[in-house]
Design a protein around this ligand. Structure first.
Ligand code: SAH
Length: 240
């Protein structure tokens, strides 16, 4: 069997893992050994008897900052400098996570994730260990853990053997640069609303065209930013 995809998470709350990742698709894959998860307590790398991991911000202001020396010791213990895995700090200042990045991560050997708390990490350890900053979106969580769980969930479902049908990842939102078309299933009539007739026509060419048109219309309406990108890519592809 291929080697397991390896996730290491540095956190002040290792008891949050596997959490939701122990259930359903990701949980079964974890049990099957398709991926491994190691949640490591940052506090184990504190240097004093009070196991302090944070201190007051230089320059003043509210909150606490996670110490560079403690964080560096924790990172060095689990992530050798020559590691081929990306070292990611979940951070609202990071590049927003995309399906393309998730695909790259899933194709690699695994990932080391750093979860911040309080005001976040001392800037110097982010620089010194060359951490890639990744954000879940333009909002602020109280800690990196829910973001780490979301990232791992997105990556693990793409690992070979995790999803039932290999194909079921291909059609989805973002994979084609478009949002996905709407889905329907029985009953045929729900509160007076019928399933679009084309979907029950049995004409696969027509169904494909309808789904494509719906995906384009939805993307145009809800995500003009994605629509712009999609049009640009299409124009470029047709010039090549
Ligand atoms: N003072 C910081 C916010 C700290 S929130 C700022 O304004 O930028 C505490 C921790 O939660 C962060 O260190 C980070 O690990 C995590 N976090 C918060 N929002 C996040 C987001 N949108 N994406 C990923 N991680 C986030």
């Amino acid at each position: 069997m291929a080697e397991a995809w390896e996730a290491t998470v540095l956190t002040l709350f290792p008891e949050m893992f596997p959490g939701p990742l122990g259930i359903s698709l990701a949980g079964r894959a974890l049990e099957a050994g398709i991926w491994r998860l190691d949640a490591v307590d940052i506090r184990d790398f504190a240097r004093d008897k009070h196991r302090t991991v944070d201190d007051t911000p230089s320059g003043g202001g509210p909150g606490m900052v996670m110490r560079a020396d403690v964080m560096a010791a924790a990172v060095d213990a689990v992530h050798p400098a020559q590691s081929l895995k990306p070292l990611i700090y979940l951070s609202p200042r990071g590049a927003p996570l995309t399906q393309a990045r998730v695909r790259e991560l899933a194709a690699g050997p695994g990932v080391t994730l750093v979860c911040g708390r309080f005001e976040g990490l001392d800037e110097r350890v982010i620089e010194a260990r060359g951490m890639e900053e990744v954000s879940l979106g333009d909002f602020v969580l109280s800690g990196g853990e829910p973001a780490a769980i979301a990232l791992l969930d997105a990556a693990v479902r793409l690992l070979p053997g995790v999803m039932g049908k290999e194909a079921s990842g291909e059609d989805e939102s973002f994979e084609s640069g478009l949002l996905e078309y709407p889905h329907y299933t029985r009953p045929q009539i729900f509160e007076g609303r019928e399933i679009p007739a084309v979907l029950t026509s049995g004409d696969h060419g027509k169904i494909k065209a309808w789904r494509r048109a719906m995906a384009e219309a939805l993307t145009k309406e809800r995500r003009p930013d994605l629509w712009e990108k999609f049009l640009k890519r299409k124009a470029k592809d047709s010039r090549q």
